[in-house]
Design a protein around this ligand. Structure first.
Ligand SMILES: *Cc1c(COP(=O)(O)O)cnc(C)c1O
Ligand SMILES: [Zn+2]
Length: 419
């Protein structure tokens, strides 16, 4: 693969994150690989039957389409081998009939960040880098800490003090990273990180193009699970917008390789208190950063680093970007739980967004829709507990039967629903 600037198109050094000429984000481009789609599909399918970790990983299984990294440097936890679930309850919630969840929360550390981290950490290891750093709203930190631990690398994460869920923080501590909490928000933490670019430190935020290469594999995993049929729509939450640019890239490459015959339309959903990209999509011009406010902390980002790349992907797919309110996210999250699936708040922006796009008739009732669930339910239990203690539509409060008879009544009533 070759490194090129996503803005001015200049060739960049292999390890650059920002273009030396214009400071644009660097992307990796596939060099001409002979597109024999049938042979590629067969290879990917055969690897799923293997017990080798790099074959079962839903990232490294697609290694022909990734930067080449020596096998002995590959650091994998068998990430991105994730399920595609039917979403009947989510479909009812949004008034749509053909909805599925691509559950990227079913990753080793519970979020899609693992798919990117395996490539970025492996690359850092191949380069002989010994310190990994990132700014994080929590999931990047947990993921980087885990992969750095597997690689024998030191990890330092910068998080906004008080801005990260307890579960994500505890994961990061468990995996042995140094956690530096700073005053200020994610955007400030990322601005600090950007000044550290050096040969000895690997910056593992989604500005790192190797992260994007790993995350694009979620598109391949989805296509593989759908027998290479392309959904009409892919709906996902947008924060820093690395994942939007990654998935868009994955679908474009699948098309270019002849693995598919069209692109899905991409719908990016932001929280209304952190929606500079949705606004940009509506009004045009340049992205105007905002002071982000939302309870969906994973998308509480006011100055998304990858907005230009994400905008290009949304445009080429004939997609949209919209915003939803926190209360819509909260109900959508609980509705997803009723499908026996569950996710963290930011992920549920996808279902809340689908409901809006159904109401505006942007998406037709029977179109095939895949909702990307980005993080696991257990990532933010405090949020869920608060919801269930509220009077919200899907709230499910703990009950306290006073004796055995009350308990028997309770069971009868629960069963009556199915009578
Ligand atoms: C990181 C993250 C997002 C946002 O992804 P971006 O690439 O920053 O747009 C959404 N949901 C969850 C759970 C995340 O961890
Ligand atoms: Zn440039």
């Amino acid at each position: 693969m070759v490194s090129v600037c996503s803005e001015c198109g200049a060739r960049a050094p292999g390890d650059a994150i920002f273009c030396p000429a214009c400071h644009g984000l660097v992307v990796l481009q596939l060099e001409a690989i002979a597109p024999d789609a049938a042979a590629l599909r067969r290879t990917f399918a055969e690897r799923r039957l293997s017990n080798a970790a790099i074959d079962r990983s839903g990232v490294w299984r697609f290694r022909e389409l990734l930067p080449s990294i020596p096998d002995e440097c590959v650091v994998t936890l068998r990430e991105n081998d994730v399920p595609l679930y039917a979403a009947p309850g989510g479909g009812d919630f949004a008034d749509a009939t053909a909805v599925a969840y691509l559950h990227l929360g079913m990753n080793p550390t519970g979020s899609f960040k693992d798919a990117g981290m395996t490539v970025a950490v492996s690359h850092a290891k191949a380069c002989g880098t010994w310190v990994a750093v990132c700014a994080s709203t929590g999931n990047t930190a947990a993921s980087m800490a885990a992969y750095a631990a597997r690689a024998g690398m030191a990890a330092v994460v910068i998080v906004p003090a008080g801005g990260v869920s307890e579960s994500k923080l505890v994961q990061t501590l468990d995996y042995g990273a140094t956690v530096a909490a700073i005053e200020g928000d994610f955007d400030r933490a990322l601005a600090m990180i950007r000044t550290f670019e050096s040969d000895r430190v690997a910056i593992l935020n989604s500005v790192n193009p190797y992260r994007i290469e790993g995350q694009k594999c979620a598109a391949f995993a989805l296509l593989e699970a759908s027998d290479w049929r392309v959904p009409d729509w892919l709906v996902l939450p947008g924060g820093n917008l690395g994942n939007t640019s990654a998935l868009g890239k994955g679908f474009r490459e699948a098309l270019a390789l002849g693995l598919t015959t069209r692109l899905p339309r991409i719908a990016v959903v932001q929280a209304s208190g952190a929606a500079p990209f949705a606004r940009l999509f509506r009004e045009g011009g340049e992205l105007v950063p905002v002071k982000a406010e939302t309870d969906a902390t994973a998308i509480k980002i006011g100055a998304p680093a990858s907005w230009k790349k994400a905008l290009a992907e949304v445009r080429v797919s004939n997609g949209v970007a919209i915003a939803v309110d926190d209360s819509e996210i909260a109900d959508a999250r609980a509705a997803i739980g009723r499908d026996g699936v569950g996710c963290e708040p930011a992920s549920a922006a996808s279902l809340a967004g689908l409901r809006r796009l159904r109401r505006s008739a942007t998406i037709a009732r029977d179109e095939n829709v895949v909702l990307v669930l980005t993080g696991h339910l257990l990532k933010d239990t405090a949020y869920a507990a608060q919801y269930h203690a509220s009077g919200a539509p899907f709230a499910n409060a703990v009950v306290r039967p006073k004796d055995a008879r009350a308990l028997r009544d309770l069971i009868e009533r629960a069963g009556a629903v199915h009578a």
